[in-house]
Write a protein that binds this ligand. Structure first.
Ligand code: ADE
Length: 250
């Protein structure tokens, strides 16, 4: 996977992406990343300025179409064929595991980061193939959102995760939330580790973990239970929880 990020803050992107699993994947050549500075494509007379007042008035500044177009055109010319261009915006399609998996199939991805009050609509219409939001809140720019997307997509690129790390997320939309984890020491701040985890009885540990996942999902994200893949034992456990609740009603 080759990422090409069009941004006003190239250092932010480069510094943010060179650590841990993603950094190692870059060293291994499984991922490449370039940050294209949109200011390099400003009109010469504007001395690297790329924003201007909005037509119609209103607060804030708008990124001009031409520098964004120039950065995109230069990038596509270097890649040598048409590629998807993802614009990070709160107005986009909500980002999820399924989208990460789908984007991971691409060989190259252009990610466009906006700033100020946004980007001139005309260039968005011309170059953007996907608009993605990472949540219902407004960031100061698209860079953090682009990094979130690249992190989640990179995990889905074959070879980026070791065998040990993979498999936990095969399908978030069909899955449950993770069970709680514990490590040494056995007692911390008077809190013991759940005894079953020390029993050495693998089948019981697996059952306990599965039930914790169901319990957590039911408490925190009940809507996920509608699409979760549940077997007969899972459904029996859920029914028992339901039953328990009914007995609590006075
Ligand atoms: N840019 C600003 N806020 C954003 C968000 N929530 N998602 C994606 N891009 C953004």
């Amino acid at each position: 996977m080759n990422y090409h990020v069009l941004t006003l803050f190239p250092d932010m992107i480069l510094q943010g992406m060179h650590t841990s699993i993603i950094g190692r994947a870059m060293e291994k050549g499984l991922l490449t990343l370039e940050a294209v500075d949109i200011r390099d494509f400003a009109e010469p007379a504007r001395k690297r300025r790329v924003d201007d007042y909005p037509y119609g008035g209103g607060a804030g500044m708008v990124m001009q179409a031409q520098p964004v177009y120039g950065a995109w055109e230069d990038t596509v010319a270097r890649i040598g064929r048409p590629v998807r261009c993802v614009y990070l915006t709160p107005q986009g399609r909500p980002f999820c595991q399924e989208t990460a998996r789908e984007l991971a199939k691409e060989e190259d991805l252009i990610l466009l980061c906006g700033h100020y009050e946004g980007i001139d609509e005309r260039v968005i219409e011309e170059i953007v193939t996907d608009e993605i939001s990472i949540g219902d809140y407004v960031l100061t720019g698209g860079e953090l959102a682009a990094m979130v997307v690249m992190d989640a997509v990179s995990r889905m690129v074959p070879g980026v995760l070791t065998n040990d790390q993979s498999g936990v997320d095969e399908s978030f939309s069909e899955a449950l939330l993770e069970y709680p984890q514990y490590t040494r020491p056995e007692i911390w701040h008077d809190k013991p580790v759940p005894p079953i985890l020390l029993s050495g009885h693998h089948a019981n540990v697996d059952l306990w973990r599965r039930q914790q996942s169901i319990l957590r999902t039911r408490e925190r994200r009940p809507e996920l239970l509608k699409t979760a893949v549940l077997d007969k034992a899972d459904r029996k456990y859920l029914a028992a929880l339901q039953e328990e609740d009914q007995h609590l009603v006075p």
